[in-house]
Design a protein around this ligand. Structure first.
Ligand SMILES: [Zn+2]
Length: 295
């Protein structure tokens, strides 16, 4: 089943509902970064959150979530764009903790205490960044807190990743239900009851329910309009040209040193794990470019 993202409204636009299934893209992230189960869950939840929050971006806008906790996982960075391309990584992918008190992957323990930052880059000027202190480090609660305080939007957020005994991802996905001004008490009560009856999202996805099925469960009893339905994928837009910048920033002495000691440079993209090799001739070309710039 292809991962998907749906955007819908109910009751004449008084609530906005975004649903995404991300099983395949979280599994791809796991394979690319070799994440252990707790890290897979933390990264997968954040990738899913990135897609949900980026769903109202336009054109070339991008959104970046940074979760900077003091736990063993280190930071989590995810970026998503208006076309629902999402990419991301965790600082320490080989993080796995014993299950928490309720028998779940201990994402909150792996993330620790710290802050969540959300930056919206609209392609001009400084990106707009909002932040909140982490509530639990479980990510869904932290995103809900961010939306409530930084964007003044009361919202219900669910994010989930279910990992198999062989560490592969069985199910992943999430939803965001945002109340808009003018939502009646009755609409709010129906949505709240639907969310309460819904249960853990990974169970729903693992049982074979697709994104549309999830949307119908959440909007049961309310007039619903589906505005968008699109595929979502783990997509990085790195290239050799973009990663050249990292080498150029080393300066010519450092590059000469690399030529003498290693004869080539291997630069890995943090976001997707792809590796780019620069051979001796390419490194010499970079030195020449630095020299031309400094004359
Ligand atoms: Zn990349």
């Amino acid at each position: 089943m292809q991962d998907e993202l749906l955007v819908a409204t109910v009751a004449g636009g008084s609530a906005r509902i975004i649903v995404t299934t991300t099983t395949h893209l979280v599994e791809e992230a796991r394979q690319r970064h070799d994440t252990y189960p707790t890290a897979s869950a933390a990264l997968g939840r954040t990738l899913t959150a990135g897609l949900l929050l980026a769903s109202n971006l336009k054109g070339n806008d991008t959104l970046t979530i940074r979760i900077m906790g003091d736990g063993p996982l280190g930071s989590i960075i995810v970026s998503a764009n208006a076309w629902s391309a999402v990419r991301g990584y965790v600082q320490n992918p080989h993080t796995h903790l014993p299950a928490n008190a309720v028998g779940k992957l201990d994402v909150g323990g792996a993330v620790g205490k710290g802050s969540l930052y959300v930056s919206r880059d609209l392609g001009f000027g400084e990106p707009y960044t909002g932040s909140v202190e982490l509530v639990t480090g479980e990510i869904a609660e932290d995103i809900a807190q961010y939306l409530a305080t930084s964007e003044q939007t009361p919202a219900a957020v669910a994010l989930g990743v279910l990992v198999d005994t062989d560490n592969s991802v069985i199910a992943a996905g999430g939803f965001l239900v945002q109340m808009m001004p003018g939502a009646t008490e009755e609409t709010i009560a129906i949505l709240e009851a639907n969310i309460k009856a819904f249960g853990p999202i990974t169970n729903v996805i693992a049982s074979g329910t697709n994104a549309e099925g999830i949307l119908h469960l959440l909007t049961n009893g309310l007039p619903m309009v589906l505005h968008e339905k699109r595929p979502v994928n783990f997509t990085c837009y790195c290239s050799k040209e973009k990663l050249e910048g990292i080498l150029l920033s080393f300066g010519k002495e450092e590059i000469r040193d690399i030529i003498v000691t290693q004869r080539k440079a291997e630069i890995t993209c943090h976001f997707c794990g792809d590796e780019y090799v620069f051979n001796q001739a390419e490194l010499e070309d970079l030195i020449e470019r630095i020299e031309r710039q400094t004359i």
